[in-house]
Ligand binder design. Structure first.
Ligand code: PEP
Ligand code: MN
Length: 262
């Protein structure tokens, strides 16, 4: 993953969306796929506002086993169908290496969540996959641990990896995590891989998503991933950090001057 071995930045296309290019790529969608109607409405509105790809969890890593765990394969089918209808590539989380084939059938990008960043058996198997992987930073992982986790995927032969900073655990209780912006700038220096920022999980607070998205772009992020729900107060997961479609559209407008200034 080091620039010592490859000086030029990695770029690749997912369907016709370029990652690592001039333009910041924006991925948006619900934390979890909940229903066809909600997903369609979300996809239609985020695409109209400028999102290029659609996110939606089908296998959710919930702290409590009694919380909504996702719709599983049914959720993946819905995500794939809505993505196709809207002409948006889709991304969803892989939790269990047994499900790689299933995820690869429906998703254009597989996401490894923070809780699985050092699941080395999973990373090794993803190294053999011919699909892009988003590797989220573990909530207490150092930058070196994160880069070495990515190394597992590249060493297996899969060079289509995007690193995602999603906030780290800190002593601050008023935000869910603390967005490590210096990691974004540092990883851009150290590694040729594209870097994504998830300001939703990084803050846990809706009002902080747009300011942190702007900061992420200023720090050099290649992509953003943002949670959006038509009725956040009714969301089955992560409603507090989810933007409404209108809020997402406002965020996209607020990003423009920052992107233009770079
Ligand atoms: C997610 O993006 O749905 C998610 C669970 O994020 P993280 O792994 O960063 O907590
Ligand atoms: Mn979430």
């Amino acid at each position: 993953v080091s620039r010592i071995y490859q000086s030029e930045s990695t770029q690749f296309e997912v369907k016709s969306c370029l990652i690592g290019g001039e333009q910041v790529m924006v991925i948006a969608g619900p934390c979890a796929v909940e229903s066809e109607e909600l997903l369609k409405e979300t996809a239609f509105k985020v695409r109209a506002a400028g999102a290029a790809m659609l996110r939606g969890g089908a296998f959710k890593p919930r702290t409590s086993p009694y919380s909504f765990q996702g719709l599983g394969e049914k959720g993946l089918k819905l995500l794939a169908r809505v993505g196709e209808d809207m002409n948006m590539p889709v991304i969803s989380e892989i939790m269990d290496s047994e499900d790689i084939g299933l995820l690869a059938d429906y998703a254009d990008i597989l996401q490894v969540g923070a809780r699985n960043m050092q699941n080395f058996a999973l990373l090794r198997k993803l190294g053999q996959l011919n699909k892009p992987v988003v590797l989220k930073r573990g909530m207490s992982a150092s930058i070196e641990e994160w880069l070495l986790a990515a190394e597992y995927i590249l060493a297996g032969g899969n060079s289509q990896v995007i690193l995602c900073e999603r906030g780290v655990r800190s002593s601050e209780p008023w935000t869910r995590n603390t967005l490590d912006l210096s990691a974004v700038a540092l990883v851009k220096e150290l590694s040729h891989l594209p870097v994504m920022v998830d300001p939703s999980h990084a803050t846990g607070v809706r009002s902080l998503v747009s300011p942190m998205a702007r900061a992420a772009i200023a720090a050099g992020a290649d992509a953003l991933m943002v949670e959006v729900h038509p009725q956040p107060e009714k969301a089955l997961s992560d409603g507090d950090q989810s933007l409404t479609p209108r809020g997402f559209s406002t965020m996209m407008r607020e990003l423009e001057p920052v992107a233009r200034a770079l």
